[in-house]
Every structure is written in structure tokens, then in C-alpha cells.
Design a protein around this ligand. Structure first.
Ligand code: GLU
Ligand code: ZN
Length: 294
């Protein structure tokens, strides 16, 4: 594959990558490229490629999307080297990790609604992070007795003070300083669903022995949060490769929300998945589609 970075230092353990789609929509070309990067990186290093379905968002995950995703991957001939993993089967893992963080006294219950947060932001200096305004900390020093209707947030200041400065390595972008503080007190356990993406993905990557996290450049900044969770939970540190993104004619990342065409349309119309993937491998992109610079 033309885009593939070199693995860097030799690892004693077998290389293991994962493709981790959320089944809240159909896969598009951007997902095909992401799965291809993870698949080819693993195989070019004699490693294994894993598929993990991130299906813990009960309100958005749908079984028909799961079957569609698996059919698309089979059609693209990007077959996993181990049984497909489902996050919905891993809730116990996430709970244990949450308990460890609670034992470190890093968590607090937050009962704020969106409305509460916007109201509090009107009366406080607003710090902006990559995901928008940071949570203003309303519940940080309250002891809330609620048994339901709350989420768990991590006190970012305390967490960072506990482990000190952290770095992580991206195979293409190089050595990085982890900057989780820019996200503020992130949610680790949600009101309406179990573990947040940050907790679930970090726990699974560690417990499933992922040596190289291969994923899109859009998730680059989140790695600071994941690196912090790894340090707090005594998890090993994977190597990262944040691959470039597939862009549409307007230079925007292909996305479900902007209704990028589903791969299943081509699959169901009898298209050739192997041809599509081989073109991507060689850097041949469909008309109007390009790859981001980083
Ligand atoms: N489920 C996430 C997504 O589809 C995957 C993120 C990751 O690879 O860490 O964006
Ligand atoms: Zn709150």
C-alpha cells in the first residue's frame, strides 16, 4: 500500500491493529480507507487485523448497521484475523477501569443537563477545547447523592497532576506531547449509555493487545486523553498512526452526517470490492475525492 508508514522499532510482540466502526450508520469510502490502513499495516508486519464493533451507544447503534458493516468488510476482502469483538460484551471491563479511577479519587458525579451547562457557561470564563467549550466544573466539588441521571466525569487537573507530563508517538507525525487538559473534565461514563468512547476504546485497545492504533487524523487530539487513561490504569502504550482523511469535492472529510455515499450501494449493485480496495491501495481515488495532507 502506497501510504503505509514503516513500523519503526521492532516489537517483541505480534503486531495487532484494529478497525473500530460505530454501527450508527453505513460505511463509506473513508471507512474503507481506514480499515485498509489498519489491515495492510498489520499484514505488512506479520500481524493480525482485528475488527471491533463499538456498539455501546444504545440509542444510535443498530443491528442492521452491524450486519451491513460486516458485509462491506467481507466484500472489500478486509477480513479480520480473529473473531469480531463487540463492545457491548465488554461492559464489565469498562466498569473495572472506572472503579480503578474512582479509587484514585479522580471521578465525580455530574447531573448537569445541556441546558445547565450552557447557563453555567454564561456566567463563567469559557475555555474552548477541540470539542467546543469545556465543561465549567459545576459539579466538581459537590457531593452528589444521585443514583441515576448522572454521568461520571474525570477531574482533569487532578488526573494530570497525578501522572505528570506524558508523550506519545505517531509513526508519521512523530513524538507528541499529550495535551488532555484542553478537553477539560471529560465524561467517562455516560448518563444514557455505559462507558464513553474514550474509556471503552482505551480499555479495549489495552486488553485486546492492540500494539498499533491505526485510525483517522480527525482523532489525533483525543490520543492525549487516551494516553492519560493508559498511564492511570497501568496500561501499555501503543504506537499510533493517524492516517490522512478522505475528502470530498469541497475538501471536507467524508462523513455519515453529510451523507457520503454508502459502500453498500456499490456492493448491492454488484460492484467489485476488491477492485475498489486495490485502487485505494495504489492511491487511485474516485473523481472529486482527495486525501488530506496530514
Ligand atoms: N468508533 C470510532 C469511530 O468510528 C473509532 C475511533 C477509534 O478508532 O479509536 O470514529
Ligand atoms: Zn455537572
Amino acid at each position: 500500500m502506497v501510504f503505509l508508514p514503516r513500523s519503526g522499532k521492532k516489537h517483541r510482540v505480534k503486531t495487532r491493529t484494529r478497525f473500530a466502526p460505530s454501527p450508527n450508520g453505513a460505511l463509506h469510502l473513508g471507512h474503507a480507507f481506514s480499515a485498509l490502513c489498519a489491515h495492510d499495516f498489520a499484514h505488512s508486519n506479520d500481524g493480525d487485523f482485528i475488527v471491533r464493533i463499538e456498539d455501546i451507544d444504545g440509542t444510535r447503534s443498530r443491528p442492521d448497521h452491524i450486519s451491513g458493516i460486516l458485509a462491506d468488510l467481507a466484500w472489500l476482502e478486509l477480513n479480520p484475523d480473529a473473531p469480531v469483538q463487540y463492545q457491548s460484551a465488554h461492559i464489565g471491563r469498562y466498569k473495572s477501569a472506572l472503579e480503578k479511577l474512582a479509587a484514585l479519587d479522580l471521578l465525580y458525579k455530574c447531573t448537569c443537563t445541556r441546558g445547565d451547562i450552557s447557563a453555567a457557561l454564561k456566567n463563567a470564563p469559557v475555555l474552548h477545547g477541540p470539542d467546543g467549550p469545556q465543561y465549567p466544573g459545576t459539579c466538581r466539588n459537590l457531593s452528589i447523592e444521585a443514583n441515576s441521571g448522572f454521568c461520571w466525569r474525570m477531574d482533569m487537573g487532578k488526573a494530570v497532576a497525578l501522572v505528570g507530563p506524558l508523550r506519545w508517538n505517531d509513526l508519521v507525525a512523530g513524538d507528541q506531547f499529550a495535551d488532555p487538559v484542553q478537553f477539560g473534565d471529560v465524561i467517562l461514563w455516560r448518563k444514557d449509555a455505559p462507558a464513553s468512547y474514550h474509556l471503552a476504546a482505551t480499555v479495549d485497545d489495552a486488553l485486546d493487545g492492540i500494539t498499533h492504533v491505526v485510525r483517522g487524523r480527525d482523532l489525533f487530539a483525543y490520543t492525549g486523553i487516551h494516553r492519560l487513561l493508559q498511564a492511570l490504569l497501568d496500561f501499555p502504550e501503543p504506537v499510533y498512526w493517524h492516517h490522512p482523511l478522505i475528502l470530498d469535492g469541497e475538501g471536507q472529510k467524508l462523513s455519515k452526517s453529510k451523507s457520503a455515499p454508502a459502500l453498500s450501494i456499490q456492493r448491492l449493485a454488484g460492484g467489485d470490492g476488491r477492485h475498489l480496495i486495490n485502487n485505494l491501495r495504489q492511491g487511485v481515488l474516485p473523481l472529486g475525492i482527495s486525501l488530506s495532507d496530514t
